[in-house]
Design a protein around this ligand. Structure first.
Ligand SMILES: Cc1cc2nc3c(=O)[nH]c(=O)nc-3n(C[C@H](O)[C@H](O)[C@H](O)COP(=O)(O)O)c2cc1C
Length: 397
């Protein structure tokens, strides 16, 4: 099985690259990521030296299920390193790792000179492609950058064009999910000349409120601000965005949002992603997760009989249709496996108060009334033993 993929002329040795974020914030970290097996990186977003930034502390908060981080909020700004640091480091990395991809994420000020100069600088420094950060929800919108760009189609088009006119290397526009129509913004980027799209950046969020101090998290000296949400909880939003972009545009897609396993990555590629980017899972579990991801990917592709990602990409997207086109000829009744059922009654309660009152206990056994059942599948989702399943139906001719 060939794990390689081609992205805007860039050869990726496997489909896993690191997203622009803390794991790509220094040359030393990128060097270790390459050593671990990542095929490429998008650097932490680089800004012009004259733009001053100062991060708040603390700036992270997590939504947890037990000990597992299922969602992660941050209001971190862009790279604190200056251009000279990155210039020297990118050259060293290119020399040491000729087969890895180095994509430089940039965020200019709101004028053409700033974006064009930064883009030209990155190209000269050795970037193999640029990713334009139009999408950071807390990324200084008061200065007209970050999501302030990616939430406005004419500005997205204009800045994309400024950058595309300034450089020869591929230009990737990174989109925010925090818009009414991501396709409208993608189309603006395409009109501006984008070679590819990346999505999603973080989802604007507020993860909670401390009920003792009555302060939202994360608390910065008694105050807080809205942040960006990432990690497993945002995967459904990322998958939705990638499926829309795959259906409505022809550009290659760098897909991300909540990827923590090889299986998450395969879902994104099945929906049309060219390859994937990972951030939060690496922040939580380290660069070493790539080994398991590569093994899982290879085993899965072999098991499924796919020879390359070109055969696999988008196969699930083809099965997505409009609601009005779905078949509604038959109500699918759940099947109960009595050997697995512990008679806990969760399905009875859920069906009674959230469904169609089709499940009840009769003689201490679970009974499903086919006449009453509306086929919604709620019972299968609340059953802790997976004793209830919805039988798969082939699409009838
Ligand atoms: C702490 C943190 C900092 C981030 N910084 C940047 C950044 O500088 N530029 C950028 O384009 N995206 C940034 N991101 C967004 C990630 O690149 C990615 O789009 C997002 O986290 C979704 O992927 P994930 O669920 O794998 O984390 C950041 C995310 C986190 C959690």
């Amino acid at each position: 099985m060939n794990l390689e993929s081609n992205f805007c002329g860039l050869k990726l040795e496997n489909p896993y690259i690191l997203a622009s974020a803390p794991p790509t914030a220094s040359i030393e970290m990128i060097d270790r990521a390459f050593e671990a097996g990542w095929a490429g990186v998008v650097t932490k977003t680089i800004k012009p030296d004259y733009m001053e930034i100062k991060d708040a502390s603390p700036r992270f908060h997590a939504l947890k299920e037990g000990n597992r981080v299922i969602g992660f909020e941050n209001f971190e700004l862009v790279s604190k390193m200056d251009l000279a640091y990155w210039e020297k480091g990118i050259k060293e990395l290119r020399d040491k790792w000729p087969t890895k991809a180095i994509i430089v994420s940039i965020m200019g000020d709101c004028n053409e000179e700033s974006w064009a100069d930064l883009a030209k600088w990155a190209q000269k420094a050795g970037a193999q492609a640029l990713e334009l950060n139009f999408s950071c929800p807390h990324g200084m919108p008061e200065k007209g950058v970050g999501a302030a760009i990616g939430q406005n189609a004419p500005i997205t088009e204009k800045i994309t064009r400024w950058v595309c006119d300034a450089v020869e290397i591929p230009v990737i526009v990174k989109l925010t999910p925090n818009v009414t129509s991501v396709v409208t913004i993608a189309e603006a980027a395409i009109r501006g000349g984008a070679d590819a799209l990346a999505a999603i950046n973080t989802v604007e969020s507020l993860t909670g409120v401390d009920l003792k101090t009555l302060t939202p998290y994360p608390m910065v000296q008694g105050q807080s601000t809205l942040g960006g949400f990432s990690g497993p909880a945002v995967k459904p939003i990322g998958l939705r965005v990638i499926s829309q972009l795959a259906r409505e545009t022809d550009l290659p897609l760098s897909a991300m949002g909540g990827i923590s396993t090889w299986a998450d990555a395969m879902e994104y590629i099945a929906l049309g992603g060219n390859h994937v980017q990972v951030c939060t899972e690496v922040m939580v579990s380290g660069f070493g997760i790539i080994k398991k991801m590569l093994k899982g990917t290879e085993d899965y592709m072999n098991e499924m009989g796919f020879k390359s990602f070109d055969d696999f990409r988008g196969v699930a997207s083809a099965k997505l249709t409009a609601h009005h086109s779905l078949q509604k000829t038959e109500t699918v009744i759940p099947e109960l496996n009595n050997d697995l059922c512990t008679k806990c009654g969760k399905c009875v309660t859920a069906c009674r108060d959230g469904g169609y009152q089709a499940i009840s206990f009769i003689d201490k056994m679970i009974n499903i009334s086919e006449d009453q059942c509306d086929g919604c599948a709620l019972c299968t989702l609340v059953c802790p033993e997976k004793a209830l399943t919805m039988p798969l139906k082939e699409k009838s001719a």
